[in-house]
Design a protein. Structure first.
Length: 340
């Protein structure tokens, strides 16, 4: 039995510039970090060549099938697509779950795709490096599952840590940001994450953005250039362990992101944001593509109880998190048991 875990993420600046339709022409930059929330997959090898899967997130049992007849089903579609792409025909039972709800803006789909690839390749003894895992995951999501997403989530999860990621036509470069422990802790202590309660497919929100980029829409392109500049500005600050610009950049980034399309925000999200600012937060942003999921606030420690009280009065749930520097991991429980 094998257990794979892969971290979720928070992107702070540059989201949208990781779309190939943008970075193939202009280069894209994203500042992001993995966090200590995870997708989880348990793979129990069977004595036959059949596939079976359970997804508590979707309350789904994917009944026993052979490899040739495997069909995509919501809740197990990512695992099935990975199995098909890797041509992994050994029988197994899969248990798939996440620390957050699907469609909640923390990169869960990409985390799970990376997780499945990493775990299956570990079982095979064919360990991919982080870049190959990320590129394979993006190909599966974008081209096989038709998720109209950007490239950042697969790379964030596969590499782990706090990074500036540069996307260009022919390559992706992951540049670690060496935040000191004290700066990292201070930043973490000033951030509060809340689950709004609305979930959505990120590709549904990103499709209008993709079309606007293709059509070279002036307002959209200007906004994308702005968020890219903000990512580089934030990187310059963070690599010097200066977190003083984070709040302002988050605020500017959120304003620019709302220009991407009508699906990024809505009346409920706007009300939550303004209520958060009135309750003491300095700035905030929706995580992920927008339209729902989680909202991240920058709020000084002494004002956080009031912010939490206000958000909970609006029906939001406070989500505790810390930054996580590790990569996806796979544990072989059988080998662990033999050691004891």
């Amino acid at each position: 039995m094998y257990v794979g875990i892969s971290p979720l993420r928070i992107s702070f600046a540059g989201g949208g510039t990781d779309m190939p339709e943008y970075f193939n022409n202009f280069d894209g930059y994203v500042v992001s970090s993995t966090i200590n929330l995870f997708t989880n997959i348990v793979i129990n090898l069977r004595r036959d060549d059949s596939f079976q899967a359970f997804s508590p997130d979707y309350e789904l049992h994917h009944k026993v099938s052979d490899f040739e007849n495997l069909q995509l089903m919501q809740g197990t579609d990512i695992a099935v697509a990975v199995i098909k792409h890797l041509n992994y025909k050994l029988g197994a039972d899969y248990f798939i779950c996440s620390d957050v709800q699907p469609g909640s803006g923390l990169g869960g789909s990409s985390s799970l795709t990376v997780n499945c690839i990493n775990t299956i390749q570990t079982i095979r003894g064919e360990n991919y490096d982080s870049k190959k895992i990320a590129e394979t995951a993006f190909h599966i999501e974008r081209n096989l599952l038709d998720h109209q997403i950007g490239k950042q989530d697969d790379f964030i999860t596969a590499f782990g840590g706090f990074n500036l990621i540069k996307f260009s036509k022919n390559d992706v470069n992951v540049i670690p940001i060496p935040l000191s422990n004290s700066a990292c802790e201070e930043l973490s202590n000033n951030l509060m994450l809340f689950f709004i309660g609305l979930t959505r497919k990120s590709s549904d929100v990103l499709l209008p953005l993709l079309n606007s980029i293709k059509n070279n829409d002036e307002k959209t392109m200007s906004s994308l250039h702005t968020v890219k500049d903000l990512a580089l500005e934030l990187y310059d600050s963070l690599k010097s362990n200066d977190i003083s610009d984070m709040a302002e950049i988050m605020n500017k980034g959120w304003k620019a992101k709302k220009q991407f399309g009508t699906g990024v925000s809505n009346d409920k999200i706007d009300k939550i944001y303004s209520s958060g600012i009135q309750a003491g937060a300095i700035s905030g942003k929706i995580t992920g593509a927008g339209g729902g999921g989680h909202i991240l606030f920058y709020c000084e420690k002494q004002k956080q109880p009031k912010l939490k009280e206000k958000m909970e009065s609006l029906g939001l749930k406070h989500i505790q998190f810390k930054f996580y520097n590790g990569k996806p991991k796979v544990l072989n429980l059988y080998e662990q048991m033999k050691k004891h």
